[in-house]
Design a protein around this ligand. Structure first.
Ligand SMILES: [Zn+2]
Length: 671
């Protein structure tokens, strides 16, 4: 899910130490020995103009010779320091790179396994941040000739200029902020999308799976080019990684083996299309490491969100609601930071800020500009900044130009404040008068103020009236004259506003239940081991306490997850009192919606705890051991209120309302 750019912090250090101007070009010849974890390489670098340079290079790589510089030495921490580089600097170096991927250990996908770059018999992964070539920082063109033993097949950036067995040549088509090369004993499968060469590199000889991914990529490329303009590269490759990842590189994506194994499931919008979209945002226009990472918010908006819009208004509204929910649930107190400071994702907090709040900002900009100007501005931005770095400042300037008005007041709070808009209705009253009823209402924001385009719906005795208003300050006064009697006022009825919600304003879900302590996991004595395993998984990541049903009556203000038989124990009855009518529980069956459980059914459901706003109760229950076969995956469905699994696969998903909605009130009728 991440655009794998150079390790930004490291790049910051190097760039700050050695400003580079002009067009830098690397011509790298590398020979890799996976069994010995070894690399032997020559990098011919042109375009270095600064008299003193610090080039990032992994400390395990020894420099044998440098030609074309007045002098050189190694910094003890690794960087290669050059004085007086000439027109071409040639660096010959060799050594080992072996940092086996460390599993992320999260119960849901947050970020892939971590490695600083590795050469191994399982596979090769070397990216810009791993220091596998001498990197002065900033943008550069990369040509690569790579030699590996059979049966390794390498994939890198740029145009594939030639391949002969395990040797291949790659030529730059655009500058990039780093060079990634991966290799494994791949089976390549080819396809096309118009002028774009497609290749799917799999670990197995599996043409059926390859065809699925190639066809999906062709479909997504057509949709995305219509939306964002021409795809920036001559090729797009789908590459199976040898560890868990979801990376987008210029011209290819590196997907974990679990994702490839999902087949059709992995091709639903939000995964492959997200990585393809990074070829515009992050790997086409690159992120300026000094100006904040805007590319995940924009990629999430253009891929994940617009795909939901394509499904229909209900899916789009749900996607918008989830931005606010994630921002509430995944921001533990004291962990918030401004969107402008988002760099890369390693936690769910980073996801809530860089992806959710970032995407929501682009939605507000689109609401301000209108669709035509918004998408024209995006296509112009891709065109104007292709192969260059851009920051939030350039994005703001692009949209301000397209909209014909300054947008600083819109961008500043979104980028620099910690939270999000906090909006509520202060009053809503109707007075009978000339021509009908005067509806007077006040909508207020807690400072800091976010300029908002607010939709207001008034339910009257003769249908609904909708108006749109711009809220530029802390207060928006409405004064409407309506012929029929207004009964109810709803602000933002379709959830276009990203808001800083309280827990009570979030729709119930397992994610909401697990987001805040205290949490109790209830497992009945003698129940199936799978329930205790689940409780322990959740406890490791979210804290809380595992208890038995007998201890339940002593639990005070807390969220409670009932597992297995604990859900039907008599002690659970007070918790079940608040669950929605969609859910019905007997000692032997659970009904969700119209469907009563059979032997293959498992149910995951969460609802607000009665009388305790902001706390949740939930259950996970399976009718048989077979129904629970895929139990650990239930955490992946943590955003839903209720879900019915058949044979471990989701068969129905429901979303229930939050216990509190400060943006819907009854209109008070005054005489
Ligand atoms: Zn991403």
């Amino acid at each position: 899910m991440a655009a794998r750019t150079v390790a930004l912090l490291l790049a910051l250090f190097v760039v700050a130490a050695s400003p580079v101007q002009g067009e830098v070009r690397h011509r790298i010849t590398a020979r890799l020995d996976p069994a010995g974890h070894r690399l032997e390489a020559t990098d011919r670098i042109t375009g270095l103009t600064s008299p003193h340079l610090a080039l990032l290079l992994a400390p395990t790589l020894a420099v044998a010779a440098v030609e074309g510089a007045a002098s050189w030495r190694r910094d003890p921490s690794g960087p290669l320091l050059l004085d007086g580089p000439g027109g071409e600097v040639v660096v010959r170096y060799a050594g080992t790179l072996f940092d086996p991927p460390r599993p992320s250990g999260h119960i849901r996908f947050v970020a892939g396994d971590a490695t600083g770059g590795t050469i191994s018999p399982e596979g090769v992964f070397l990216d810009g941040g791993s220091g596998w070539y001498p990197d002065p920082g900033g943008m550069a063109l990369f040509d690569l000739d790579i030699h590996l033993p059979e049966p390794f097949v390498a994939v890198s950036q740029g145009r594939l200029a030639g391949r002969d067995g395990s040797q291949s040549q790659w030529r730059a088509t655009l500058p990039a902020d780093g060079l990634t090369v991966v290799a494994a004993p791949f089976h390549p499968f080819h396809g096309r999308a118009g002028a774009i060469d497609l290749t799917c590199y799999l670990m197995r000889d599996d043409p059926a799976t390859a065809k699925l991914f190639l066809d999906a990529a062709a479909g997504y490329l057509a949709t995305l080019q219509a939306r964002l303009g021409e795809y920036p590269y001559p090729r797009f490759d789908i590459v199976e990684n040898f560890f868990s990842s979801g990376y987008g590189m210029p011209g290819f994506t590196l997907l974990g083996p679990q994702v490839i194994a999902m087949g059709e499931q992995a091709l639903k919008p939000g995964y492959l299309d997200h990585e393809i979209t990074h070829n515009w945002w992050g790997n086409g226009v690159f992120v300026d490491p000094h100006g904040g990472n805007w590319c995940e918010g924009l990629t999430s908006y253009c891929a994940n969100y617009l795909a939901a819009e394509g499904e229909g208004e209900e899916a789009a509204e749900e996607a918008r609601t989830r931005w606010s929910a994630r921002f509430c649930l995944d921001l533990p107190a004291g962990h918030a930071y401004p969107l402008r400071r988002f760099r890369t994702k390693s936690t769910r907090t980073d996801d809530a800020i860089g992806y959710a709040k970032g995407a929501a900002l682009f939605h507000q900009v689109r609401r301000r500009l209108g669709d035509d100007r918004f998408f024209a501005a995006l296509r112009g931005f891709a065109h104007d900044y292709l192969g260059r770095q851009a920051s939030w400042d350039e994005i703001e300037a692009t949209f301000a130009h397209a909209g014909g008005e300054p947008l600083a007041s819109l961008f500043r709070p979104w980028l620099d404040e910690l939270g999000g808009p906090e909006v509520r209705i202060e009053r809503a009253e109707a007075v009978a008068g000339e021509g009908g009823y005067h509806l007077r209402a006040a909508i207020v924001q807690t400072p800091p103020v976010y300029p908002l385009d607010v939709e207001v719906a008034v339910e009257t005795t003769a249908g609904e009236v909708t108006v749109c208003r711009r809220m530029a300050g802390e207060r928006l006064d409405l004064d409407l004259v309506l012929a029929p009697l207004p009964r109810r006022l709803r602000v933002d009825p379709h959830h276009h506003l990203f808001r800083h919600l309280t827990f009570a304003e979030v729709a119930p879900s397992l994610d909401a239940l697990l987001a805040r302590g205290p949490i109790f996991y209830v497992v009945a004595e003698g129940d199936l081991g799978v329930y205790r395993d689940l409780a322990e998984m959740a406890q490791r990541e979210h804290g809380g306490k595992i208890i038995t049903s007998a201890e339940l009556p002593a639990v005070g203000g807390a969220s409670v997850w009932l597992l297995g038989r604990a859900a039907v124990a008599p002690e659970a009855a007070p918790l079940l009192a608040g669950h929605p009518p969609d859910l019905a529980i007997t000692p032997t069956t659970v009904r969700l919606g119209e469907v009563v459980s059979d032997a293959a059914t498992a149910i995951l459901a969460t609802w607000p705890r009665p009388g305790d706003p902001g706390r949740f109760a939930g259950l996970y229950w399976g009718a048989s051991e077979a129904a629970l076969a895929r139990a650990p995956y239930c955490f992946y469905y943590g955003a839903d209120s209720a879900i019915r699994f058949a044979h471990g696969r989701p068969a129905a998903r429901l979303r229930w309302p939050a216990s509190v909605d400060p943006l819907a009130v009854a209109v008070e009728a005054l005489r």
